[in-house]
Design a protein around this ligand. Structure first.
Ligand SMILES: [Zn+2]
Length: 108
């Protein structure tokens, strides 16, 4: 399935319930692999009516709830590090969907 760029932005907006996408140039940092990527690089797969969004890093199992803003003045560096640790930067074998207190994204 081929997805037009304009559609890709709406897909990001609809499926990311945690943060806002204003344009495909917006960037996120994956908490699992540490990669910084833009909306252009987000991998989108579709199965029937369900849309799944994936980190561009091969085999990275992170979900949108683990993609944070690269720079967020509302979050201190300390909090950022806590997030990093809480989401298992050094514990990648753990199921990414089982992180306490962070709901998995629900398909719409
Ligand atoms: Zn990743």
């Amino acid at each position: 399935m081929k997805i037009k760029l304009t559609d890709k932005l709406s897909i990001l907006q609809v499926n990311d319930h945690f943060r806002d996408w204003n344009m495909l140039d917006d960037e996120r940092v994956c908490l699992l692999c540490g990669r910084r990527f833009s909306g252009h690089e987000v991998l989108i797969s579709t199965a029937d009516e369900e849309v799944e969004m994936h980190c561009p890093t091969p085999d990275c199992k992170s979900g949108v709830h683990q993609w944070i803003y690269p720079v967020n003045p509302l979050i201190s560096e300390k909090t950022y590090q806590d997030w990093w640790l809480a989401l298992g930067a050094g514990n990648r074998s753990e199921d990414a969907d089982g992180v306490d207190g962070v709901p998995s994204p629900q398909p719409t």
